[in-house]
Design a protein around this ligand. Structure first.
Ligand code: CU
Length: 148
């Protein structure tokens, strides 16, 4: 009898697994874009992303520019250069990924008009697994709480 009682909790545990797959969701925080004058070739946008499962930011689109790209910055012979990431950006599960000045960022190529400080830009972020999200990015010259 004693051994049966010992086994009962184990049987219960076994019945509960495997756990259902976690839902793929990406939390988007504080999207913002730098101001740009009319005719500027490009403008940088920044955002915080946290994915619930291993995911990937695959594209960005906006009505405010001809197209959006995902860029990274790297040192090349002592010079900081931007590089287009055609395959997008990996978002490891549970990890906060900050797209910020001097690092990975979104680039609005050929904005259709001036991006004025205080206005907003709609950004549609597309992910490999999580549903796409459209967020309003505030146009400002520096991130909140960060001095120049
Ligand atoms: Cu760029």
């Amino acid at each position: 009898m004693r051994s049966l009682l010992f086994l009962a909790p184990l049987a219960l545990l076994a019945a509960c697994s495997p756990e259902p797959a976690a839902e793929a969701v990406v939390t988007v925080t504080d999207p913002w874009c730098r101001p740009a004058a009319a005719g500027a070739g490009a403008a940088g946008c920044y955002v915080g992303l946290q994915a619930s499962v291993d995911d990937r930011l695959v594209s960005v689109a906006t009505p405010a520019a001809a197209r959006g790209e995902i860029h990274t910055m790297s040192m090349d012979d002592g010079v900081m250069r931007m590089r287009h990431l055609p395959d997008g950006l990996a978002l490891p599960a549970g990890e906060s990924v900050a797209l910020k000045p001097g690092a990975e960022h979104l680039m609005l190529m050929a904005p259709t008009g001036a991006l004025d400080e205080g206005a907003e830009v709609q950004l549609t972020l597309t992910f490999e697994k999580a549903p796409a999200q459209t967020v309003a990015a505030q146009i400002r010259s520096a991130p909140h709480g960060m001095a120049h």
